[in-house]
Design a protein around this ligand. Structure first.
Ligand code: FAD
Length: 316
C-alpha cells in the first residue's frame, strides 16, 4: 500500500518538503498538505526574502543546508523565470570589528567601501525571492506532482493516525505548541513596509544598524523595507511608529527611497529556536517528523531542510 504522508504547514518549509517528497515519483507516496492559512498569508510571505543566514542556528549541518538551498535556488532562477527567484547583487553592511564572514565560504563576495561611515561591507550576489510569486508557484508545482492541499487546523498530530502513516510538522512558530513537547520556539516579530521601486536594483542589508535592523530588498513587485526583531512584541498589526523608524533608517541607507509610495505592509513571526529541529519524534500515535525553528532564515534553509526531511522519511 502507498505510504500516506501529511505535511502540516504551507509556508516555505512545508511547501518545499511536500515538493521534495512528491518529486521522488518512484516512491508511490500520497502527499497531503494540511494548513490553516494560504501560503500567501503565512510568515513566509512576509519574508524579504533574501538567501542569507540570519537569526538561526549556525553549525556544519546548517551550512550544508545553506549550500543545498543556494544551489537549488540558483537552478530555479535559471530554469524557471516564472518562479519569482532572481539572483541579485547588493551589499551586506558590517558594524562590528570582527564581522562573521563564514557565509563567504559558500558564495563569492568582495570587500566594498560603498558603505556608511565607520562600517565595512561585502558585495555579493545571492538569490532573492518575490514571495507573492514564489509561494504560489511552489504550491502549483506541488499540485502538478499530485500533492493535495486541504484547509484544516490540526489540534494534535496524534489524531491523524489512521488517516495518515507519517506526519511532518512544519507549522513554523506554532510547531512546538502543536507537538506539545517543545516550549523553546520563540515567535520573534518582524515588520516590513513595501514601497514602489524608484529604480533601485541593488539590495542593502544592515543587521547591526544603531536604530535597529535596516534592509532594502528590491524584488519584482516592490522594494521590501525592514525591519525589526522583536521577541516580546505580539502585535500582529503593523505599528505606524515602528514603520516611521524603518522608513527613516532605510532612506538613510538609500536616499532614493525618500518619499517612495507605500504599497503594502506586513508583520510576521519568525520561528526562532536555538537549533533548527529536524528529527523523528518518538512516542507518537503515528510516525512524526519535526521540521521547524528556522528563525530568520526559513527561505535560506528551505531546500536543504526539504532534502534532509526526505532522507529521514526514506530511512525510518
Ligand atoms: C519580517 C521578516 C523578514 C524575513 N526575511 C527573511 C529573509 O530575507 N530570508 C529568509 O530566509 N527568511 C526570512 N524570514 C524568516 C522566514 O520568514 C521564516 O523563517 C519562515 O517563514 C518560516 O517558514 P515556515 O514554513 O516554517 O513557517 P510559516 O511561514 O509560519 O508557515 C507555517 C504554516 O503552518 C500552518 N500552521 C501552523 N499551525 C497549524 C495548525 N495547528 N494546523 C494547521 N496548520 C498550521 C500555517 O497556516 C502555515 O501554513 C523573515 C521573517 C520575517 C518575519
Amino acid at each position: 500500500m502507498s505510504e500516506r504522508i501529511v505535511v502540516i504547514g504551507a509556508g516555505v518549509i512545508g511547501l518545499s518538503i511536500a515538493h521534495e517528497l512528491a518529486a521522488e515519483r518512484a516512491s508511490g507516496r500520497i502527499i497531503t498538505v494540511l494548513t490553516d492559512a494560504d501560503p500567501i498569508d503565512t510568515t513566509s510571505a512576509v519574508a524579504g526574502a533574501v538567501w542569507f543566514p540570519y537569526a538561526a542556528e549556525r553549525s556544519p549541518a546548517i551550512d550544508l543546508q545553506l549550500q543545498t538551498t543556494l544551489r537549488r535556488f540558483i537552478d530555479i532562477a535559471r530554469e524557471h523565470p516564472d518562479a519569482g527567484i532572481d539572483m541579485r547583487t547588493g551589499i551586506i553592511i558590517e558594524r562590528s570589528p570582527n564581522p562573521d564572514r563564514s557565509w563567504t565560504d559558500l558564495v563569492e563576495a568582495s570587500e566594498t567601501d560603498d558603505v556608511p561611515e565607520g562600517a565595512t561591507g561585502m558585495r555579493t550576489t545571492v538569490p532573492l525571492g518575490t514571495m507573492s510569486q514564489y509561494l504560489p508557484w511552489l504550491q502549483a508545482k506541488c499540485e502538478e506532482l499530485g500533492v493535495e492541499f486541504e484547509r484544516r487546523t490540526v489540534a494534535d498530530p496524534d489524531a491523524l493516525a489512521g488517516e495518515f502513516d507519517t506526519a511532518v510538522v512544519a507549522a513554523g512558530a506554532r510547531s512546538g505548541a502543536l507537538l506539545g513537547d517543545d516550549d523553546t520556539v520563540v515567535p520573534v516579530r518582524g515588520q516590513v513596509v513595501r514601497v514602489e521601486n524608484p529604480g533601485i536594483t541593488e539590495f542593502r542589508i544592515d543587521d547591526e544598524s544603531e536604530g535597529g535592523l535596516a534592509y532594502v530588498l528590491p524584488r519584482r513587485d516592490c522594494v521590501v523595507l525592514g525591519g525589526t526583531h522583536e521577541p516580546s512584541n505580539t502585535n500582529p498589526e503593523p505599528d505606524p511608529e515602528i514603520e516611521a523608524g524603518i522608513l527613516a533608517r532605510t532612506a538613510a541607507l538609500v536616499p532614493a527611497l525618500a518619499n517612495a509610495r507605500i504599497v503594502s505592509r506586513g508583520v510576521g513571526f519568525r520561528p526562532v529556536r536555538e537549533r533548527v529541529r529536524i528529527e523523528e519524534v518518538s512516542g507518537r500515535a503515528l510516525r512524526v517528523v519535526a521540521a521547524y525553528g528556522h528563525g530568520g532564515s526559513g527561505m535560506t534553509l528551505s531546500w536543504g531542510t526539504a532534502e534532509r526531511v526526505a532522507e529521514l522519511v526514506a530511512v525510518s
